[in-house]
Design a protein around this ligand. Structure first.
Ligand code: IPM
Ligand code: MN
Length: 352
């Protein structure tokens, strides 16, 4: 098959980890007889510097004309430390999610047997963890009206959800649960927030359409606690944008390193694949960042965007092999030999 893939490397370590995912994807394509045409496009601080806009129209056009988008990371400290900056890299990410209609963000958390001792959590707590967050990505407090009043002395961010936004996300959650162990947890704060009450009411009304799915409703603060106590008691979790942002960072610790977890964002026709970690500016250009989250995002791309499970499995297998053989970056080296970002990528591509 032939694919066009938009390649949005972004900022910080983005370009370095993206390079490895490209190498590995090309190796898989060669092995299985596919042809990939990569379409690089600007985003984030890199795009602000080049054209003054973090998600330029030209980048959007390239994404729309592609079969999938592979994304690195965006963000730069010079904007984080300047609250008055008018244009920020993150605005590009939010604009891209909205304009591409990516309302469902799939963030799995699983453990790797060879890394089970690398997790800061006790082995017996995390063994067998295999859960997926479905984070709503184009609504809630991220996109509600925000601003200042009283001469700047008061600030507000509104959290808004429509029933339809909840339904379309929850539908994906129920469908995913049906392909897994048929357990769905709706994470909210319905004891306080009106939007959460709408979430709960909407999901409750959908239960009858999926009689086999066992649905639980839990408050986000309790989930934050249970997630690190009993992660393997969860399967599919659905939640709104901000809760999902926070809980998926928390969940990533279970696997042992933030540099390991991939994600997929979907909704309309086009899907986007990216590591869940950020741009890690301190590591930029040092060849130390872990490329596996991006490489595994490419695996998700083959599996879900192109419906090619064997190609995805080839990537997952070689990643597992690299971990078992200790071909790892410094975050996982544990005092042993640490390989560079590029060296890990080369090893994976060669061993595909
Ligand atoms: C993420 C990131 C983004 C988010 C930031 C960079 C805007 O943290 O993808 O989780 O908050 O959604
Ligand atoms: Mn986040």
């Amino acid at each position: 098959m032939k694919f066009n893939i938009a390649l949005l490397a972004g900022d910080g370590i983005g370009p370095e980890v993206i390079d490895q995912a490209v190498k590995v994807s090309d190796a898989v394509a060669k092995k299985f007889g596919h042809e990939i045409t990569w379409k690089p496009a600007l985003t984030g601080a890199a795009a602000i510097d080049a054209v003054g806009e973090p998600y330029p129209d030209e980048t959007h056009e390239i994404c729309l004309a592609s079969d999938a988008v592979l994304f690195g990371a965006i963000g730069h400290p010079r904007f984080d430390n300047d609250p008055s900056a008018k244009v920020r890299p993150e605005q590009g990410l939010l604009k891209m999610r909205k304009k591409l209609g990516l309302f469902a963000n799939v963030r799995p958390t699983f453990t790797f047997p060879s890394l089970i001792d690398k997790s800061p959590l006790k082995k017996e707590r995390i063994e067998g963890t295999d859960l997926v967050f479905l984070r709503e990505l184009t609504g809630g407090i991220y996109f509600g009206e925000k601003g200042r009043r009283d001469g700047g002395e008061t600030a507000y961010d509104n959290c808004v959800y429509t029933r339809e936004e909840v339904q379309r996300l929850a539908k994906k959650g129920f469908e995913l649960a049906m392909t897994r162990s048929k357990k769905l947890c709706c994470v909210d704060k319905a004891n306080v927030l009106e939007t959460s009450r709408l979430w709960r009411e909407t999901v409750q009304a959908m239960e009858k359409d999926y009689p086999e799915v066992e649905v639980s409703y839990e408050f986000v603060d309790a989930v934050a606690m249970r997630l690190v106590q009993w992660p393997n008691s969860y399967d599919v979790l659905i939640t709104e944008n901000l809760f999902g942002d926070i809980l998926t960072d928390e969940a990533s610790v279970i696997s042992g390193s933030m540099g390991l977890m991939p994600s997929a964002s979907m909704g309309s026709d086009i899907a986007l694949f990216e590591p869940i970690h950020g741009s890690y500016p301190q590591a930029t250009g040092l060849n130390i960042a872990n490329p596996l989250a991006t490489v595994l995002s490419a695996a998700m791309m083959f599996e879900t965007a192109f419906n090619l499970p064997n190609e995805g499995k080839a990537i997952r297998d070689v990643v597992n092999k690299s971990l078992a053989e200790g071909i790892v970056t410094e975050d996982l080296a544990d005092g042993g030999k640490a390989y560079g970002t590029k060296e890990v990528g080369d090893w994976l591509a060669k061993n595909i």
